[in-house]
Ligand binder design. Structure first.
Ligand code: ZN
Length: 233
């Protein structure tokens, strides 16, 4: 009798474990959608400071390296976006490209950056670079957007508009076919923050106050886009 009771208890325990397992299995996939009904989830922005590690990017006449400028501004944007309730991930947080640890090629490094945006389920992907051109006359930021995406064009327009007070003039956004933007499925832009080939731009781009002003304008543009689409309160 006692043995029978023990066996029954074990059976009930086993049944309870199975039911609990099934319960968790059923409840778990439903939970995120139930949550989404009541709470607007925080948007996710993946910021990509271009270059890093053994890849310096463009270099000014005075030796300023693009990789350092890009990283400083990306950190500024990250802090300001987080203060607005946006979840931010960076593809690199120091002087090291995401694929550099494995001594891979620049191409593989770019693909690794796009892949991170996909893995983080980014709402938006924003790569940050500094420009260079041989005549040394062009200056100021230019916002490029993924040529195949109307939403990317809208995001670029918002960021470009936010840069007007800093520039003192309105500069058109430009479509671009760039691997790092083409490899992602969310709206994606490349903010070229200025020209390292222009001596005044180069001086400004390493000035903390100018970096903060740029980061603030870029953040303002991203936040405007997210709010206009109901993705951020
Ligand atoms: Zn670059």
């Amino acid at each position: 009798m006692l043995d029978h009771l023990r066996r029954s208890t074990r059976f009930v325990e086993a049944l309870a474990a199975i039911m609990l397992g099934l319960g968790l299995w059923w409840v778990h996939p439903l939970s995120p959608s139930l949550t989404a009904v009541h709470v607007v989830p925080h948007p996710i922005v993946v910021l990509d400071p271009g270059h890093g590690g053994r890849d310096p990017g463009a270099i000014s006449g005075s030796g300023i390296m693009e990789k350092h400028v890009n990283l400083a501004i990306a950190h500024g944007v990250a802090g300001l976006l987080r203060a607005e309730g946006v979840v931010v991930y960076l593809t690199r947080t120091e002087d090291q490209g995401p694929a550099s640890f494995h001594q891979r090629s620049v191409l593989e490094d770019l693909i690794a950056r796009s892949r991170l945006a996909q893995q983080f389920h980014a709402t938006l992907f924003v790569t940050i670079h500094s420009n260079w051109e041989p005549s040394h006359t062009a200056r100021g930021p230019i916002v490029y957007y993924d040529a195949g995406s109307p939403q990317s064009a809208q995001l670029a327009a918002q960021v470009s508009k936010a840069l007007v007070p800093l520039l003192g003039y309105d500069r058109l956004t430009r479509p671009i076919r760039q691997l790092v933007l083409q490899q992602v499925t969310m709206p994606a832009i490349n903010v070229e923050v200025g020209f390292l080939s222009h001596s005044r731009d180069a001086t400004l781009l390493v000035t903390p106050q100018y970096q903060t002003a740029l980061a603030s304008a870029i953040t303002h543009g991203i936040v405007s886009y997210l709010r206009s689409r109901g993705l951020l309160h």
